[in-house]
Design a protein around this ligand. Structure first.
Ligand code: DSN
Length: 439
């Protein structure tokens, strides 16, 4: 029999509390996640989340925006200062939404766009129509893949140049190239490829959803200063903000981008998240350099420790990673789905991931050959290189030695006890995963 409304109501709160308790003692290693500061959470809880503010600051089509306008202007100014650019639109409500704003600004349906294939690190929002990707199925773009070098874990410059010329000769010259993506251990060759794309009249955009916090902290490539026409990102991966999106560009694209956001892709933007983004940008301006530097040190340390324990971490030739994440081929020990579950049972939360060569070798996204680990969240909890060695050991016990995940899970709980507060923030007076009851 279905639950009574009051029982369902109660059950939701019980599940929320159980989730908070689980994460208080777990190792959150999903590369696309992070934990915001209590200050960001306070902003998200505000009444801004219940209001409407369509349009640009000072030009709203709703009353009641007196304070919202001021916060949005602070948010825009902070984003511009953080990324050292002259135009920022903070309204996109997600990374996918920010990419749609870029597609709306720089392309027309039927155009050709270059991007990475998903197994090579591209994001689903850059995907072809036949796979339900946003670029193909929503914007009607013909997606052509960047040739990818698995040894280098990067876009191959020479074959890409040849491909651009071939597409142009066939009357399919790209109007947009989307760099960046979801597996981005090394900087993409923007400086090398932008001039070639420009020769063919193509614009370049960089999806920094994963690495925006590292860009802001000056620890990764800086796409807007390497020649990209725009940079899109989400605000909750290496940037430790609320879920949301952002697009940066140059003043000459400002009016088109503003219209592409509203009314093109967003009606009301999420105003509570807007306030949270502003708080997070301020935190990043104050602490971002130190935080991003520690993230990169931690991911290198984790990759090295896993490698020494026998894991096949990709990108060995290049030192495994220069960003917040690493990808390992775990086909020696099982498939990605099974390993992900065993690690989850040990309170180590990460995700299975397609490897660049998985499809060729007959593997599928449901049970791929890889796992992906990101260290942004554990870094935000204060962990350093020595803790990365311990995390590698815990993973080794589950994946390689085959220890009982429940037993390892208890050790994970113990290990986590010293890391309870969010670091790199102005104020952090509560435990990171504390459940806050308002009822
Ligand atoms: N699919 C997400 C990731 O985990 O990379 C980004 O949207």
């Amino acid at each position: 029999m279905a639950m009574q409304p009051r029982e369902s109501y109660q059950r939701v709160f019980e599940l929320l509390q159980a989730h908070h308790e689980w994460f208080s003692g777990a190792l959150p290693l999903i590369a696309s996640e992070n934990i915001p500061s209590p200050a960001v959470k306070e902003a998200i809880l505000s009444d801004f989340g219940n209001r409407y503010a369509e349009g640009w600051t000072g030009e709203r089509v709703y009353a009641g925006c007196r304070y919202i306008d001021q916060v949005e202007q602070i948010c825009i100014d902070l984003a511009k200062q953080l990324f050292q650019v002259d135009f920022a639109d903070v309204r996109p409500i997600s990374g996918v939404c920010a990419n749609l704003v870029a597609y709306t600004t720089f392309t027309t349906p039927g155009d050709t766009m270059m991007a990475l294939a998903i197994p090579a690190g591209g994001h689903i929002s850059m995907g072809k129509k036949e796979f339900g990707g946003t670029a193909g199925s929503v914007r009607g773009l013909n997606v052509e893949y960047f040739p990818f070098d698995t040894e280098e874990m990067n876009i191959d410059i020479d074959t890409t140049e040849k491909k651009i010329k071939k597409l142009a000769a066939e009357g399919k010259k790209p109007t947009l190239a989307m760099f960046g993506g979801s597996v981005l251990p090394f900087p993409h060759p923007i400086k090398e490829l932008v001039p070639i794309l420009q020769e063919h009249g193509a614009k370049s955009c960089y999806d920094a959803a994963h690495v925006a916090g590292l860009v802001a902290g000056h620890q990764f490539q800086d796409p807007m200063h390497e020649g990209a026409d725009a940079m899109t990102c989400s605000t909750h991966k290496t940037l430790p903000g609320p879920q949301g999106g952002l697009i940066l560009s140059r003043p000459e694209n400002a009016e088109k981008i503003k219209k592409a956001t509203f009314p093109g892709n967003v009606s009301n933007h999420h105003l509570h998240h807007l306030a949270g983004k502003a708080i997070m940008f301020a935190e990043m301006l104050a602490y971002g350099r130190e935080y991003a530097a520690q993230i990169v040190k931690n991911s290198k340390a984790l990759a090295q420790a896993l490698h020494e324990l026998g894991f096949k971490v990709l990108g060995e030739k290049k030192g495994f990673t220069k960003s917040h994440l690493l990808v390992a081929d775990i086909t020696k020990y099982g498939d990605g789905k099974t390993i992900e579950k065993k690690l989850e049972d040990a309170n180590i939360i990460l995700n299975r991931n397609l490897l660049p060569y998985d499809i060729k070798e007959g593997r599928h996204f449901e049970a791929p050959g890889g796992i992906r680990c990101g260290v942004s969240e554990v870094t935000r909890l204060g962990m350093k290189e020595s803790e990365m060695k311990e995390i590698a050991q815990l993973m080794y016990r589950v994946v390689v030695k085959g220890d009982d995940p429940t037993k390892v899970g208890k050790n994970v709980n113990e290990f986590r006890k010293e890391f309870t507060r969010v670091q790199y923030a102005f104020e952090s007076t509560r435990d990171a995963y504390e459940y806050i009851q308002l009822r």
